[in-house]
Design a binder for this molecule. Structure first.
Ligand SMILES: [Zn+2]
Length: 299
């Protein structure tokens, strides 16, 4: 059996098109223009046997994502699901919101670091996932753990910030906080999923070097994309995402990374989403791929 990953959602928070956005890309996606494919919020399903699937991240688009991917449909009669667990790597809404889709008395395991489990504990709405049926399993960073069904995962720390809803509104800069990459392995093959990384230092480069395939933070192309587009007041770095472009951007800092590099968690303002854009040609010319919903990866 082989390790496989199915990218069920490839966009950053809001998806493409975003419900309240009429930027150029959202307008094209809404109009069904073939130059840009709609995308849902980031989530990856991983399996070592094609029967049992671990979700990395629980996006608010999960209802649609399960519906659109037959491997995630229940088999046989009655209730059930090939999804046996969820590995949480972010406490942002787009990392945990989909848990609410997974209610309905379905046995599951939630794997997460203590701080993220604490967010679930502190917000009583998540109590809808009955803890006697949905097991919470504390995962310690940098320590491999057996998820079952042939999958081993390791949570690896990434430079990040606290979730937006947990920021101090009076602070000029957000507190640095929990951001993780997930390394998922089976029989020596690995996929590394890193949707949020605020800067690329040597430690990050070493971490990313552990994945045969790396899904990396492709949120923004430039640091000032939201500001220049008149869509927000914060820079890419301020939001906890290293931009693609620039001397410290991921395109140059990860140019020599071995293995397959795929931009993932892509914001609807990012021009790499446009199939024929100069920015798309630039990243592809440098050996990066651009994730799309339904992309299948086999190792
Ligand atoms: Zn938009």
């Amino acid at each position: 059996m082989k390790l496989e990953a199915l990218i069920v959602g490839s966009a950053a928070g809001g998806g493409l098109p975003q419900w309240n956005c009429a930027c150029r890309l959202c307008r094209l996606a809404r109009a069904g223009d073939p130059s840009v494919e709609p995308r849902s919020e980031a989530c990856v399903a991983v399996s070592a046997d094609h029967q049992h699937w671990l979700l990395v991240g629980a996006s608010p688009d999960l209802h649609q994502q399960v519906s659109e991917n037959p491997v995630l449909h229940p088999a046989g009669d009655g209730r059930g699901s090939p999804i046996f667990g969820v590995l949480l790597i972010s406490a942002d809404i787009d990392g945990i919101g989909g848990l609410l889709v997974l209610r309905e008395q379905q046995p599951l395991q939630i794997f997460a670091p203590r701080a993220i489990l604490q967010v679930l504990e502190d917000n009583s709405v998540f109590g809808v996932l009955d803890p006697t049926i949905v097991k919470r399993i504390v995962v310690r960073e940098s320590q491999p753990f057996d998820c079952g069904f042939g999958l081993t995962s390791t949570l690896l720390p990434m430079p990040g910030k606290v979730p937006l809803y947990a920021e101090d509104p009076l602070a000029a800069e957000p507190a640095s906080g929990e951001a993780y990459a997930a390394l998922v392995e089976h029989e020596g093959r690995s996929i590394l999923i890193a949707p949020a990384c605020a800067e690329i230092n040597q430690s990050v480069r070493e971490t990313l070097g552990r994945g045969d395939i790396v899904l990396f933070d492709g949120t923004f192309f430039t640091d000032h994309e939201m500001i220049e587009g008149g869509l927000g007041k914060k820079s890419s770095r301020r939001m906890g995402h290293v931009p693609i472009e620039g001397p410290d951007g991921s395109l140059s800092r990860l140019a020599d990374l071995p293995g397959r590099r795929i931009y993932f968690h892509i914001n609807n303002t990012n021009p790499i989403l446009l199939n024929d854009s100069p920015e798309r040609r630039r990243v592809e010319g440098a050996g990066f791929e651009v994730a799309y919903d339904g992309m299948e990866l086999r190792l």
